[in-house]
Design a binder for this molecule. Structure first.
Ligand code: GAR
Length: 185
């Protein structure tokens, strides 16, 4: 059984779906939420589900290794990034080789890399007049959005789409697929 830590800093809708999924699916359990902000939706979601959470300090996260003790304490075996925006340091990718995955709101290798997150991605897709976008679930290495791709799903982009309407389609795809892909690994 996977003991999952979700790293998230946004609104946490993927976090919520994954928590719910693994209440019914015994192949995994969400045992810890890790975030970089105290005041956010992710932390309140963790509290609502009585899941422990840990708030990161950027310098300690990047330069120290204290987080490994926290993950060890909760016996975490698998890390899921769901709207987590900081680069994952080498000590984590080394310790959790092949056991850290991320979801990206576009079809990598396009529209990835530093600064490409959330609405920035959707705006770039629309500016480039793409007719298709989608989601990419991939392994995490030390570079933004460059790890091996595990799964992609697509949606159409229409001329009438706005960044907000595209975000809605992408979120629907993420909610449909992310937990199932995690369960299958
Ligand atoms: C998701 O769309 C995810 O793909 C994106 O942040 C959103 C978080 O939504 N991640 C990135 O852009 C990473 N580069 P949520 O907080 O509602 O789960």
């Amino acid at each position: 059984m996977k003991r999952i830590a979700i790293f998230a800093s946004g609104s946490g809708t993927n976090t919520e779906v994954i928590i719910h999924h693994f209440k019914a699916d015994t192949s995994g359990e969400v045992v810890l939420i890790v975030s970089n902000k105290v005041e956010n939706r992710v932390v309140s979601r963790a509290q609502n589900h009585n899941i422990p959470y840990h708030i990161l300090d950027r310098v300690v996260f990047t330069e120290g290794r204290g987080l490994l003790d926290v993950l060890d304490k909760h016996k975490v075996t698998f890390i899921v990034l769901a709207g987590f925006m900081w680069l994952i340091p080498g000590y984590l990718t080394d310790t959790f080789q092949g056991r850290i995955i991320n979801i990206h709101p576009a079809l990598l290798p396009k529209y990835g890399g530093k600064g490409m997150y959330g609405m920035h991605v959707h705006r770039a897709v629309l500016e480039a007049k793409e007719v298709e976008s989608g989601i990419t679930i991939h392994h995490v290495n030390e570079n933004y959005d460059e790890g091996q791709i595990i799964f992609q799903a697509t949606c159409q982009v229409h001329a009438s789409d706005t960044p907000e309407s595209l975000a809605k389609k992408i979120h629907a795809l993420e909610h449909e697929h992310y937990a199932n892909v995690i369960a299958g690994l």
